[in-house]
Design a protein around this ligand. Sequence first.
Ligand SMILES: Cc1ncc(COP(=O)(O)O)c(C=O)c1O
Length: 415
Amino acid sequence: MSTKKTIPRVALPPGVRPDTLAVREGLPASAWGENSEALFLSSSFLHPDAATAAARFANEEEAFVYSRFSNPTVMMFERRLAALERTESCVATASGMGAITLLAMSLLKAGDHVVCSQSVFGSTIVLFAREFAKFGVETSFVSQTDLGEWQRALRPETKLLFAETPSNPLTEVCDIAALSAIAHQGGALLAVDNCFCTPALQRPVEFGADLVIHSGTKYLDGQGRVMAGAVCGGQRLLDEKFVPVMRSTGITLSAFNAWVVLKGLETLAIRMRAQSASALELAQWLERQPQVERVFHPGLASHPQHELAMRQQAGCGGAVVSFIVRGQQGGGAELARRNAFHVIDSTQVCSITANLGDTKTTITHPASTSHGRLTEAQRQAAGITQGLVRVAVGLEDLQDLKDDLARGLDSITSQ
Ligand SMILES: Cc1ncc(COP(=O)(O)O)c(C=O)c1O
């Protein structure tokens, strides 16, 4: 795990670039000389004698001990993701929600206060609003893009600001540098969920964020195979606050899942570039469709934070496009929902599933899936209407995706 500073690694020349780190960083200098990262399926690890075991359990000597908190394959994933995020360290978790749970349990106690964007993933809102509230941690939800709201929400007991950028599903972009300044002035830390961009497009610590959250289930894996998560940040903060909580709670990433996601990182950059390029072209095409009321993609000139996104995300909008199907104003929410369902049900290529970040394009109706557990008021605050459809663009031929969406869009008027 991230604390294993002394475990020997295959040395890379100083200054190698991200595409090289993505395929080579983190390999331990193993006695077997394997070229491909090994999968270590072992619950525990041997000690030469009882005294050494005692020293290792007491953290006086670094070694692998027990896979709930230290495993070589998990360590390789942590080292590689930290290198890509440009953070000193990383702690892997069982899922993205596990990473946010670890974040809260490591940093917060009863009486503390959090300021969180109201546009984050649905389960993140539920976790802060409902679950952490049970333990006396209060969360204020604010507009993703109104910096004044973030500033005004600060209290003396505010310990954490939490943002997700671009947000799921409306791709709202927040200014990480401005948020980190607000957090630090208030004596709080800023955590950014970097799931939509990944380090291939955006590295939040370069803009002042303290911690980066990942759902590895998404683009880091990239092929929809396993659940995974991670928290990236400074070595000292993670070692002192996060690793002990990880060890006690067991929100652990399995070695198998770590191996899958580790190999996923090798193709992350080319997938992100290709999928983002297709997403932008699809978004531009959707903007021209008469049955589409509005399209959300940070790469579009019409996106309210287009310039900020281009600066913060290496000139790339990401691979998620959302759009509102016409029908809302005339026929109300019910007609809008029927039309959105019709577009989704008419697809023959896209996968109807709420996951994203897959090489297979996925399509979903956020109001009834990813954000279905929110109250109507929370959904409205997040801008998630019944006519909204989210497409997470994969690697299929773009014309096939346009044809797939056109099937439903073209027949809306004739329903
Ligand atoms: C932006 C974002 N963060 C976190 C999560 C949670 O990740 P996981 O499903 O791996 O727990 C998701 C899941 O969809 C997400 O979209």
